[in-house]
Design a protein around this ligand. Structure first.
Ligand code: T46
Length: 135
């Protein structure tokens, strides 16, 4: 399988005396067509979720409120990313095993996805993940 690199981008903010506004434009900011939107909220701080990779779904993760961390493993590198601003977007590729953790009580994690929900697109077994994405 082709290895793709997840990426953290900053979309900046438009501000005036009324407050702040950040913009996400489908083809400009997000490098895939958005077919599904969901958000994760009221996750307990002690909870770690995710624990999977995908076959084809690409995603963009944005903490629109609060903060959380994301652990990424694409078998070449492992890293932890902090999402603590509505201007930070994690472009997550299918080949990154990911786990989300350290959710603040006010965390709302917005996810834009390239495909409709399909449980068959999930790789939830780490051994299978290594088989699929290992060299
Ligand atoms: C991901 C991370 C960032 C649906 O029925 N439709 C959906 O679109 C989604 C996202 C989930 N579900 C069902 C499947 C489970 O029964 O909702 C339940 C919770 O989903 P899951 O355990 O997969 O949640 P997370 O937080 O582990 O993972 C989610 C996404 O599923 C996943 O694609 O990459 O957020």
């Amino acid at each position: 399988m082709r290895s793709q690199e997840s990426e953290l981008i900053n979309i900046g903010e438009l501000g005036d005396e009324r407050g702040l506004l950040s913009v996400i434009e489908s083809s400009k900011t997000i490098p895939f067509e958005i077919n599904r939107v969901f958000y994760i909220y009221e996750t307990k701080t002690s909870v770690r979720r995710g624990f999977h990779a995908h076959y084809k779904t690409r995603q963009a993760l944005i903490c629109v409120s609060g903060n959380c961390k994301v652990y990424l493993d694409n078998l070449i590198r492992k890293k932890d990313i902090t999402l603590d601003s509505p201007t930070k977007i994690l472009l997550l590729e299918p080949n990154d095993w990911h786990e989300m953790y350290d959710f603040s009580p006010d965390c709302v994690l917005l996810v834009l996805a390239s495909h409709l929900y399909d449980s068959e697109d999930y790789i939830r077994d780490y051994k299978l993940f290594v088989e699929v994405y290992g060299s």
